[in-house]
Design a protein around this ligand. Structure first.
Ligand code: UT7
Length: 372
């Protein structure tokens, strides 16, 4: 029998800096009232200069590992889902791998925009169910404040920074991620895009002048698409997992806009009490929004072992997807980890590896910095 993929650890990290609607109204022509009425958002978090997509990802990951009682060396796979990666390459997942000292893990980034965490969880759970991976770390992390145009009131009011991480582990006990649905429609790619900096429009003075390195969005069309797909994707995944809609304890949707979430819940004929919403405090953190909402739902007692959950999201691509989950919680006996001291040792190890590589390169005359 193939093993089940259980969510055994979870963690979130958000920057300390809160940016309120009122503060945004000092930058662009908007008001707190308009933003709250049209989106439900009150405030969002913005990364400080020393924070980035990787540092937020590492902070969330260490919390998830600690809860799972798993050490980073036991990980086989790390997937970081992000639309605001540290670099185009190397993958942010490899930076996380190095920072946490996951010496035996493969690591890669996955880009499916706001649906990314669902896609990444589905991929990791499939690897576990196929038997090729025992322990996986899936992270959704964003610093969208670095790629939004702070002069564009249609987008800058929406987004926020943050990260959430899940540890997935194989177990023969039934439960965990039971079904997943992934969908896409590239014909709507231009509705939400970051056009510059890729191979189509490599960064030049002109692309910067044209603002092509910022998020562009047709909000109205994205809104229409989102309200169309959210409830259907929930119904489809519930059917695939054998859940009745009335069985679902909590829907955890992508936190983009309260009106979109309310429309989806109406389409499911489910009351808002059975839906997790925390976008008023974080805005839209894209791929990080579902794990952040999940962590807060667990911490406030809204999710208990055995509960039936649906994660559902949509985003650029266009992409959308959903997962049906029977919540389990940690499966290993709780083991105390000391992230701070562990971190210190891992930094030393990484530094030693870099020094050895540099010495070898100098000895053999192929130091990349020599430009030979
Ligand atoms: O993760 C996926 C990410 N994307 C989304 O989830 C976006 C989904 N879309 C939305 O959430 C909504 O489309 C928005 C909240 C972005 C906009 O709401 P809307 O009801 O679709 O407004 P709209 O774009 O149709 O614009 C209506 C009016 C326009 O003024 P006029 O032309 O009617 O005079 C806009 O210029 O609202 C104006 N407007 C604003 N006014 C004050 C647009 N943004 C703002 C603003 N403050 N921030």
């Amino acid at each position: 029998m193939s093993p089940f993929a259980h969510i055994t650890g979870w963690g979130m990290a958000v920057p300390e800096r809160i940016l309120t609607n009122y503060e945004i109204s000092q930058i662009v022509d908007t008001t707190d009232e308009w933003i709250q009425k049209n989106t439900g958002i009150r405030e969002r978090r913005v990364a400080s200069e020393d924070q980035s997509t990787a540092t937020l990802a590492v902070d969330a990951a260490m919390k998830a590992l600690e809860l799972a009682g798993l050490s980073p060396e036991q990980l086989d796979l790390i997937i970081v889902s992000t639309s605001s990666p540290e670099y185009i390459f190397p993958a942010t997942a490899c930076i996380v791998q190095d920072h946490i000292g996951a010496t035996k893990a493969g690591a890669f980034d996955l880009l499916a925009a706001c649906s990314g965490f669902i896609y990444a969880l589905n991929m990791a759970s499939q690897a576990i169910r196929a038997g090729s991976v025992q322990n996986a770390l899936v992270i959704g992390s964003e610093t969208l404040s670095r790629i939004v145009n702070w002069k564009d009131r249609a987008t800058c009011i929406l987004f926020g920074d943050g990260a959430g991480a899940f540890v997935l582990q194989a177990s023969d006990t039934p439960g965990g991620i039971l079904a997943g649905i992934m969908r896409s429609d590239g014909s709507g790619g231009d509705l939400l895009a970051l056009p510059g900096g890729g191979s189509k429009h490599p960064a030049t003075l002109e692309t910067v002048e044209l603002g092509l390195h910022f998020v562009k969005m047709n909000g109205h069309e994205v809104f229409r698409f989102a309200t169309r797909v959210m409830s259907q994707a929930t119904k489809d995944v519930a059917a695939a997992a054998g859940f009745q809609i009335s069985d679902i304890n909590l829907v955890i949707p992508h936190q983009a806009n309260r009106r979109i979430i309310e429309a989806a819940m109406r389409g499911l004929d489910m009351p808002m009490e059975r839906c997790m919403v925390n976008l008023e405090r974080y805005g839209n953190t894209s791929t990080a929004s579902i794990p952040i909402a999940t962590v807060e739902a667990v911490e406030t007692g809204r999710i208990k072992p055995g509960d039936k959950l649906v994660f559902v999201g949509f985003g650029a691509g266009l992409t959308w997807g959903s997962l049906a989950v029977q919540w389990s919680g940690p499966i290993l006996p709780k083991r105390k980890m000391y992230p701070a001291s562990y971190h210190a040792w891992v930094r030393v190890r990484s530094l030693l590896l870099r020094i050895v590589r540099r010495v070898e390169a100098t000895l053999w005359g192929n130091d990349i910095n020599n430009n030979k």
